[in-house]
Design a protein around this ligand. Structure first.
Ligand code: NAD
Length: 252
């Protein structure tokens, strides 16, 4: 018996990086996964990797409420219910001072992280079985500030507010709601942030970030996936309304 034996998990941004590594681990623990994301090719590849008996994908922009409603309809038609909602989709936005930050990018970053997580919760929670788990991938940037990343930092803090409200609202159904706070994790998403914020090439930018992390290195997507597995499964049955950090001590 796996830790998620026959549980149904919706994962946004499930086709790459942390989402894909989590989907892989969840399937190995017996789960069915509904992958919701933007990249049609990567989604198809992921379904192929996990097997169409275990995985199903919807090409969906989570910032579009109508599209989220449609994705949930597709997921329920395929699986009948959910046990875990994992809102993980995200973008970094621009690297710029607040006075120069493009307002349209600020709005887009908030829409994807905050409205996206809200739409998933609003429209999928009615199909979430009692005793289920909701996980939102925030960030170290959801706990502390950072220069030149105001939209991302604002969005990741706002997800904590959504999580805390939802944890109180859903507790009566024994549904737990937590945020995950990865530190720098080796994915193309993070490479891009690091190169833009340091102006260095990928290797030197990564080294500069490693030097700021007490444990001296980036996390791997698989290490974040194990934290997500803990929150998704019943081994964390008394954990709700928590901000769970996996960052090698960076925000400690
Ligand atoms: P990634 O780029 O590999 O994954 C992001 C995923 O989100 C992709 O699958 C992408 O298609 C999807 N996505 C983006 N916009 C979307 C939209 N509008 N609708 C649906 N899907 C959309 O990067 P990752 O590093 O795996 O990031 C996953 C999450 O982890 C993000 O929320 C990110 O903010 C967070 N995070 C990452 C790090 C890191 O160092 N990599 C650190 C802290 C937090």
């Amino acid at each position: 018996m796996g830790l998620l034996q026959d549980k149904v998990v919706l994962i946004t941004g499930g086709e790459s990086g942390i989402g894909r590594a989590s989907a892989r681990l969840f399937v190995s623990e017996g789960a069915y996964v509904h992958l919701v994301g933007l990249d049609k090719h990567e989604l198809a590849e992921a379904v192929n990797e996990f097997g169409s008996d275990r995985a199903f994908a919807s090409v969906t922009d989570v910032s579009d409420e109508t599209a989220v409603i449609e994705a949930v309809r597709e997921g329920i038609e395929r699986f009948g219910h959910y046990n875990v909602l994992f809102s993980n989709a995200g973008i970094s936005g621009a690297a710029a001072k607040i006075t120069e930050y493009p307002s349209d990018v600020f709005e887009r970053v908030l829409k994807i992280h905050v409205l996206g997580a809200f739409y998933v919760l609003k429209h999928a929670a009615p199909y979430l079985e009692d005793g289920g788990s909701v996980i939102i991938t925030s960030s170290g940037a959801g706990l502390i500030g950072a220069p030149d990343l105001s939209a991302y930092v604002t969005a990741k803090h706002a997800q904590v507010g959504l999580m805390r409200s939802a944890a109180k609202e859903f507790a009566a159904r024994k549904i737990r709601v937590n945020t995950l706070h990865p530190g720098p994790t080796s994915t193309p998403f993070q490479d891009d942030i690091e190169m833009r914020s340091t102006g260095m090439d990928q290797k030197n930018a990564a080294q500069a970030f490693d030097d700021t992390i007490p444990l001296g290195r980036h996390s791997t997507p698989e290490e974040i996936a194990h934290a997500a597995l803990y929150l998704a499964s019943d081994v964390s049955a008394m954990v709700t309304a928590s901000t769970f950090k996996i960052d090698g001590g960076l925000t400690g």
